[in-house]
Design a protein around this ligand. Structure first.
Ligand SMILES: Nc1ncnc2c1ncn2[C@@H]1O[C@H](COP(=O)(O)OP(=O)(O)O)[C@@H](O)[C@H]1O
Ligand SMILES: N[C@@H](CC(=O)OP(=O)(O)O)C(=O)O
Length: 415
């Protein structure tokens, strides 16, 4: 069996969905499981619904209407014969969403988030599945929550591999399946999510559990490039990279692949292809075992909207194991993602990402025990396979607040 993953960009409008059909016709769709994300930027739009709901804002109906109109507009432009069928299905999802918003008594933000966010993927997969059936590409729509089981860490759920493996093994590998990325469910059946952009990971989980021959992630770029083309001119295609290289790039923030995607694939030696959904004759990037970096050039990774925090003891004592473990505990308690650390005798610097909007609470807590200064909205650049030229190029981009070099990897925090 092979696994395909189409992200939001590949199903963002009716034309894009027709292009998915072109991909399937070109590549073949026998014994295939397709993982699909929410359409376009719909996950962001659902986040706005969640925000309005949790903050009891008056604009909630407008936020829901925006999402409704987006999907109905796609349906209008996509379907001919099956319009009543798809409309009924979609209305059911919006009915479930309204039902949840009215009945919910749980105040846990992360729980609420996951119960709402998943409608993006449920809607997109339903639309694509019914459309494919309409044009003769027979497929089965699978509710991923019946297969992918997790714990109850809402918004960042851990996969229960035993249960998931057992469930997914039951799928008949002769079929074409369409399922949702990024979602799972607890043993009690509550919807969970695997973290933003987690659909790649879902695809890797299916690949692992089905012993797939390959996973192909279809993108709006030619493959994995040596830099994000939105921020770097002349980004070049990497024809092949090892799992280890891809893990490092994803870990440092190359948003082309979700960091958790690689390990399940590596464990079963399943090749990952990252290919352009526009340019079907191009090979893209192959990620696999022992694939050295080709071409061997510096790779640039940019993480924006970072916060550089510098922490020192109130009594000018040294920053040693005791303080550091205390600081890490507080960082962990507030779920702040640490992207870089640097320590000196008297101060400890950390570059963090405020994924869950907890930085202010963290500051209140840490200020009780330490002297803290910080700089918001800084950028973290990582250069892998760095050379002098590459480092100079980045250093020109702003004021250097911090620089760190290990063998072949240079990181810079710039303002
Ligand atoms: N190293 C990289 N190589 C290729 N694309 C990258 C890289 N780093 C970041 N990107 C960005 O990732 C984007 C594709 O990811 P994304 O927009 O999340 O797609 P999807 O919605 O299909 O998952 C590209 O358009 C590109 O701007
Ligand atoms: N829709 C989810 C999951 C995902 O992976 O999306 P995409 O494949 O478009 O990055 C998100 O936006 O976070």
């Amino acid at each position: 069996m092979k696994i395909f993953k189409f992200g939001g960009a590949s199903v963002k409008d009716a034309e894009s969905i027709k292009n998915v059909v072109r991909v399937l016709q070109h590549e073949g769709f026998e014994n295939t499981l397709i993982v699909i994300s929410a359409m376009g930027k719909m996950t962001n739009a659902f986040e706005e619904i969640i925000h309005s709901y949790c903050n009891k804002k008056d604009d909630l109906p407008q936020k829901i209407d925006f999402v409704r109109d987006y999907h109905f507009n796609i349906i209008e432009n996509l379907f001919t014969a099956n319009k009543p069928v798809i409309i009924l299905e979609i209305e059911q999802f919006f009915g479930q969403l309204s039902g949840f918003l009215i009945k919910n008594k749980n105040n846990d933000y992360n729980f609420i988030y996951d119960q709402i966010i998943g409608f993006g993927e449920l809607l997109s997969t339903k639309i694509v599945s019914i459309y494919l059936n309409e044009i003769g590409i027979k497929n089965s729509w699978v509710d991923v929550r019946d297969y992918l089981k997790t714990d109850d860490t809402y918004r960042d759920a851990y996969v229960n591999w035993d249960a998931t493996l057992q469930n997914i093994s039951k799928l008949n590998s002769d079929n074409l399946y369409i399922t949702q990325g990024f979602l799972g469910s607890t043993a009690q059946g509550k919807t969970t999510s695997l973290g933003r952009e987690g659909s790649d990971y879902t695809a890797a989980i299916f690949a692992y559990c089905l012993n797939a021959v390959s996973l192909t992630i279809w993108k709006d770029v030619d493959g994995v490039l040596n830099a994000d083309p939105r921020f770097f001119d002349n980004a070049e295609l990497l024809q092949q990279i090892s799992y280890g290289e891809a893990i490092e790039m994803a870990f440092y923030g190359a948003s082309v692949i979700h960091p958790k995607t690689l390990k399940p694939l590596e464990n079963k030696n399943i090749p990952l292809f990252v290919r352009s959904f526009y340019n079907l004759n191009a090979k893209g990037t192959i990620v696999g075992k022992g694939h050295y970096l080709l071409p061997d050039i510096p790779c640039f990774i940019l993480k924006q909207q970072q916060i550089l925090v510098s922490i020192s003891a109130l009594d000018f004592s040294f920053m040693v194991e005791y303080n550091l473990s205390d600081i890490f505990k507080i960082l962990h308690d507030y779920k702040l993602k640490v992207n870089l650390i640097q320590n000196s005798a008297l101060s400890f610097s950390v570059c963090i990402e405020d994924k869950f909007n907890t930085f202010q609470q963290f500051l209140t807590e840490i200020n009780k025990k330490y002297k803290v200064t910080f700089s918001e909205n800084v950028s973290l650049y990582t250069i892998r396979h760095a050379n002098e030229n590459a480092v100079n190029k980045i250093e020109e981009k702003g004021e250097i607040l911090l620089k760190q070099a290990t063998k072949g990897t240079v990181q810079l925090v710039l303002k």
